[in-house]
Design a protein around this ligand. Sequence first.
Ligand code: 5GP
Length: 205
Amino acid sequence: MKKGLLITISGPSGAGKGVIYNSIIERMPNIKKSISVTTRAPRAHEQEGVHYYYKTIEEYQEMIARGEFLETAAVYNNYYGTPKKPVFDMLEKGYDVMFEVDVIGAKQIKNKYPECVMIFVMTPDFTTLEARLRGRNSETEDSITTRLNSAARELAEYTYYDYIIFNDDIDKAIDEATAIITAEKRRVTRNEAHIISILESKKLR
Ligand code: 5GP
């Protein structure tokens, strides 16, 4: 497999990771989105192949059996997974790939590809997270409790992450995510082939 940069972005719902993810994709043309497969029903504005690939549980299980996932996890009673082939195709074309996945999925990707960069997005505190979830007016009391508990469980896994963004200002959070990715791209270890080719061109003269 070609060595592109793999980046995961995780964090509780309401922390703003979706907005950061979409802004990175817009700002950094070499980074491509990984479109996940899910068994949850599409929301009103969502489109097949744009937001997710929607499958029945049976179809999803067949994909697992055929070994088609890079990672897969159950989140809020539905399955979500990253199909391998599009990721390998994007890397083959020289792109970097970014995944919006839960903590379990991010850990699976990191286990397979330890050089992958894991970013966690959180609010500065739980009060802000709860206020954001309530502000959406779309969540039931039960769903708010589930999401807050799951946020605490995800944050408790902090030692697995490389970076954390405390999103108290979305523009600043997007700038921070951009800076993290830019710095990771410039690591010497990720640029050895380029450095050596420059050195070799010098020897030719
Ligand atoms: P939603 O249903 O709101 O679109 O997503 C719910 C959660 O599922 C989000 O927190 C998101 O990070 C996670 N998720 C989305 N796609 C994937 C995936 O392919 N793999 C894993 N492990 N989690 C995912």
